[in-house]
Design a protein around this ligand. Structure first.
Ligand SMILES: CC(C)(COP(=O)(O)OP(=O)(O)OC[C@H]1O[C@@H](n2cnc3c(N)ncnc32)[C@H](O)[C@@H]1OP(=O)(O)O)[C@@H](O)C(=O)NCCC(=O)NCCS
Length: 254
């Protein structure tokens, strides 16, 4: 058996000592927002103002999307079946996959690979959509069951571009939307997964972290739904397709 010590570069702990990426946790608590701390732990360095605002916007963008997404139904169903809060949240997270939330991963992979090709993004997007069609694949990060225009996409790109982050991946993402429309005759808007994929790619994140951004963002939503199910609903009720009514606060100004 090797006596070589296991190594980690994330957090150094000892009695009375917790240093995340070298910074004392108490200093992080005092000086960084949650989004900034997430950036620090994933990237290893503190974000600048631009990265901090973008990370915050990403984490807020997917915090919840009503009671119908599969992960919420998953969490509520596990809760309704008479299980613990942690089992319900885990159930919800397990539902997140390549077509729900997890499309960030595959979209970022494709964008990162194709953005490396020579040429302008419009030509690359056209080739990519032709390739997807030829292989009978859907382009992850595009299309939405409810939104003709996903309001989160425009806001994310606006914040990115305000900070000089309108890079090659965002450009490619926009070009893919146009190519999809021209080549399929359908309006397949960039959804929040596609937008996050483009933004994190421009920020230099590895596509393999993709699903993680959605999980971190959606966790508070899953918790709220699980808690509501636990405290407001009857056990083992019929959950799923029938439409539900919203009875929370009406629209209000921020
Ligand atoms: C999100 C999604 C499931 C919504 O689908 P929908 O609006 O219910 O549409 P349907 O699944 O009924 O598909 C309708 C048609 O559009 C096509 N289509 C839908 N999304 C497509 C995409 N991203 N790329 C290419 N074609 C797409 C389908 O192939 C289908 O074509 P067909 O009628 O010739 O078979 C779908 O757009 C999708 O699979 N997107 C990719 C995954 C993704 O980004 N998920 C994150 C969602 S936030």
């Amino acid at each position: 058996m090797s006596d070589e010590k296991w190594k980690t570069a994330i957090t150094d702990i000892g009695p009375g000592k917790i240093r995340v990426r070298g910074y004392n946790i108490t200093d992080i608590m005092e000086n960084l927002s949650y989004a900034e701390a997430v950036y620090l732990i994933l990237k290893g360095e503190r974000p600048g103002k631009a990265e901090a605002e973008l990370m915050n916007a990403i984490l807020v963008s997917s915090i919840d999307h009503g009671a119908s997404p599969p992960s919420v139904l998953g969490a509520r169903t596990v809760m309704s079946g008479g299980n613990s809060l942690n089992a319900a949240i885990a159930g919800g997270v397990l539902v997140i996959g390549d077509t729900h939330g997890g499309a960030i991963e595959q979209a970022a992979k494709i964008m990162q690979e194709w953005a490396q090709k020579d040429g302008d993004v419009v030509a690359i997007a056209n080739d990519l959509v032709d390739w997807m069609k030829e292989h009978k694949k859907r382009m992850p990060g595009f299309g939405h069951r409810l939104h003709k225009v996903d309001p989160r996409t425009g806001k994310l790109f606006e914040i990115a571009e305000r900070h000089g982050y309108g890079g090659r991946h965002i450009g490619l993402c926009r070009a893919i939307e146009t190519a999809l429309s021209e080549k399929t005759g359908r309006t397949l808007p960039i959804n929040v997964d596609g937008a996050i994929a483009a933004v994190i790619s421009d920020m230099g994140f590895d596509w393999r972290l993709g699903k993680g951004f959605f999980i971190i963002s959606r966790l508070p939503g899953l918790l709220a739904h699980t808690y509501e199910e636990m405290t407001r609903e009857r056990p083992m009720r019929t959950l799923g397709p029938p439409p539900y009514d919203y009875d929370g606060p009406e629209e209000r100004e921020m």
